[in-house]
Write a protein that binds this ligand. Structure first.
Ligand code: AMP
Ligand code: MG
Length: 319
């Protein structure tokens, strides 16, 4: 797949790695941005030449575009939606990518006891309608959706690489974990092209690779309850922020979040922002979404039980 790169911004830097072998190496810092998965996706790389950066980033954006064809819930012909069209039928063999993401989602659903749940699609549809119309869905619509939601209604078979969805009408939604996976894969592609000093970002998610030359890490700002912003120096990890502040439906003076509680079908209340640092962006993306549903206490328990993960939580007030 060929993907145009658009206009990069870049600059030369004489940067010293500290290591003898790297001492006199010159890197170019190049930054690209494209729209994928409904958001602006950015890649920042340190490369030995502009040409090397171009080639690697073209491949990385190509990989993201490929994953969009797999995971998009907006495209009727995405692999995800073709799978959902067969809900209620026998197990369906899926691509390695789709299986991997669904497997990660299912695992997180179990660990979060259903707070994170990729089968939340029917609720997400109702929430989108509610946001458009400004009125809450009818109780019978919620009831109908409820019968289709629940991660135990999705069965995965790793040996056969199949997915079975119990009921016709089920809809999967990878909005809570897919961007993280796409960014992890973009970094992997850059690494295969020899560029390890890279950062990929999309919406609230970051996949962070090796540090810029001569530095300990990439400087990233996160927010937390006490005292506002905190600066992290991060390398080789994922950093994701989820929350209620930007996307919500306001109905009868209440803000209903786009992050839904699959156990009740609705979420409103004090808006929070959850930032999670984890070993990769697939993990941080899913955990951050789960923490918004779980709230502070259960969110901390979930993150503390996840190896190498840290939670920063911020209450936003209002709402
Ligand atoms: P994020 O921005 O990563 O927090 O993901 C938010 C998106 O995840 C929403 O727009 C929905 O598409 C999806 N989603 C909403 N609620 C849940 C949930 N409880 N579990 C998994 N995904 C969800
Ligand atoms: Mg997420």
């Amino acid at each position: 797949m060929t993907v145009g790169l658009g206009g990069p911004t870049h600059g030369w830097r004489k940067l010293d790695d500290g290591s003898p072998a790297q001492q006199h190496r010159t890197y170019e810092r190049v930054h690209y941005s494209q729209v994928h998965l409904g958001v602006q996706v950015s890649l920042t790389v340190y490369a030995p030449s502009r040409e090397a950066a171009d080639e690697a980033c073209r491949a990385a954006f190509g990989r993201i575009a490929e994953l969009e064809d797999v995971m998009s819930d907006y495209r009727p012909d995405s692999e995800l939606n073709r799978l959902c069209a067969q809900a209620g039928g026998p197990p369906v063999e899926v691509s390695g990518d789709l299986f991997t993401v669904l497997h990660r989602a299912h695992d997180l659903a179990e660990r979060s006891r259903g707070a994170f749940d990729a089968t939340v699609g029917p609720y997400v549809q109702l929430w989108r309608q509610a946001r458009r119309s400004g009125t809450l869905p009818r109780p019978e619509d919620w009831r109908a959706a409820r019968a289709l939601v629940g991660y135990r209604k999705m069965r995965l078979d790793a040996a056969a690489r199949t997915v079975e969805l119990d009921r016709p009408g089920m809809r999967l939604d990878l909005g809570g974990v897919g961007k993280g996976y796409a960014l992890d894969e973009a970094l992997k592609t850059l690494r295969e092209h020899g560029l390890t000093r890279a950062l990929a970002s999309a919406g609230g998610d970051l996949a962070v690779g090796d540090p810029p030359p001569g530095r300990r890490g990439w400087r990233i700002r996160v927010w937390e309850a006490e005292g506002g912003g905190r600066r992290l120096v991060a390398a080789n990890c994922g950093v994701s922020t989820s929350g209620d502040t930007e996307q919500f439906a306001e109905i009868d003076g209440r803000r209903y979040s786009h992050i839904i509680d699959p156990r009740s079908g609705l979420r409103y209340g004090e808006p929070i922002l959850a930032t999670v640092v984890a070993p990769n962006a697939t993990a941080s993306d899913g955990l951050a979404t789960a923490c918004v549903v779980l709230g502070e206490r259960a969110g901390r328990e979930l993150v503390e039980a996840a190896p190498g993960a840290t939670l920063y939580l911020r209450r936003v007030g209002g709402g």
